[in-house]
Design a protein around this ligand. Structure first.
Ligand SMILES: *Cc1c(COP(=O)(O)O)cnc(C)c1O
Length: 366
């Protein structure tokens, strides 16, 4: 029998989550963000599942856009960071891509060409994230240059990114949002502002387009869940099995460095999944897993190909028992990737994008 570890991808859940993003923002279109191999879920399979539902897709770079075209995806694709060098513009045009423009050099390169057809452009303004984009006081001049070049530029939108849309404390979000509302009004600009948390919880940021990413995969990015985020369905189930069990006496250590020692006579199980598969080595003792759909806890350091769980409270568990590292167990019980991430001092994004190619993906539904 093959190693039991696999990532089951529920494409019906992906479509459900996309529909939820649309339902929450009925006056917006939603570009489905598929960067980083669709957050680890598989670029082409996810794009195909959303084709016909999502009018456009977003990726981080032209290589990802080319992979979509090679996979037969014909819908518009937005480059969220635009081009990285001017020579990409020829391929942008050939592939029919849309680009973000966040810097003077990108703007100059775009306007220096005599293209066969104009490129749809999202002008990125830095409204407070302080990562990419034109400072607000220079946005109007950039907007004017782009809008006065209809042979090079079409479908101009104002784009920005929120630093704190997920936070309970909304003061900084409101500063960014107010600045953008004023700017969009002054320019008469259609906007593209909302990421997943803003799509879920900040209706005032919904624009002509929204950019939901992680919510499509069923992770709740909000610091405090709301009624909308509770409707998300997790797309990936990271599934494995117990491959060995052993009984320990109180005081016996487990795994590298003996980080966990049995506090009482204990029974532990070895799971085929480790950091060599992308499971986070920062997982602390007590990080939850589901064994036959019931909660159990990691005991000891995660190793490359295996991790160990305490089965003392689950006497029926044995070799071959189903283990869900995150996602949905056979009995319907769900362990959210967000909860696992909290035990690893990280966020769902790194766990999902971190599942390595060694883990086979299996697609269902769609
Ligand atoms: C990744 C990304 C998104 C999606 O963010 P989520 O938090 O995953 O929804 C939106 N906009 C930009 C510019 C991004 O880079």
């Amino acid at each position: 029998m093959a190693r039991p570890l696999r990532a089951d991808i529920d494409l019906d859940a992906l479509r459900h989550n996309y529909r939820l993003a649309r339902e929450l923002a009925p006056h917006s279109q939603a570009v489905a963000v598929l960067k980083a191999d669709a957050y680890g879920h598989g670029l082409i399979a996810c794009a195909r599942a959303l084709e016909g539902l999502a009018p456009a897709f977003a990726v981080a770079c032209i290589e990802e856009a080319e992979a979509l075209r090679e996979g037969g995806i014909t819908a518009p694709v937005v480059l969220l960071e635009g081009i990285f060098e001017a020579s990409e513009l020829e391929r942008v045009e050939a592939l029919g891509l849309w680009v973000a423009v966040h810097s003077d050099w990108q703007l100059d390169a775009l306007l220096a060409r005599r293209p066969a057809r104009p490129t749809p452009v999202w002008l990125k303004v830095d409204s407070g994230m302080h990562r990419l984009g034109f400072p607000p006081e220079r946005a109007e001049a950039a907007w004017r240059r782009l809008s006065e070049a209809p042979e090079c530029v079409t479908d101009l939108h104002l784009m920005s990114h929120f630093a704190t849309a997920d936070a309970v404390d909304s003061a900084y979000f409101h500063r960014q949002s107010a600045l953008l509302a004023e700017l969009a009004e002054r320019l008469g600009a259609p906007t593209c502002l909302a990421n997943s948390p803003a799509t879920l919880a900040r209706a005032e940021a919904h624009g002509a387009w929204n950019r939901p990413g992680v919510m499509l995969y069923g992770s709740d990015p909000l610091e405090a869940a709301n009624a909308a985020s509770r409707r998300l369905r997790q797309v990936m189930t990271l599934h494995s099995e117990i491959i060995a069990v052993r009984d320990l006496e109180a005081g016996e250590p487990v795994g590298y460095g003996g980080r966990w020692t049995a506090p009482r006579p204990s029974r532990v199980g070895v799971v085929a999944c480790g950091y060599g598969d992308g499971y986070d080595r920062h997982a602390v003792d007590g990080t939850p897993v589901l064994v036959d759909g019931r909660r159990a806890a990691i005991a000891g350091k995660v190793s490359m190909d295996m991790l160990i769980v305490d089965l003392t409270e689950l006497p029926e568990a044995d070799i071959g028992s189903e283990v869900v590292l995150w996602g949905r167990a056979s009995n319907g019980e769900v362990l959210s990737v967000d909860e696992v991430a909290r035990h690893c001092d990280t966020i769902s994004y790194t766990l999902l994008t971190g599942v390595l190619p060694r883990v086979p993906r299996r697609y269902h539904g769609g």
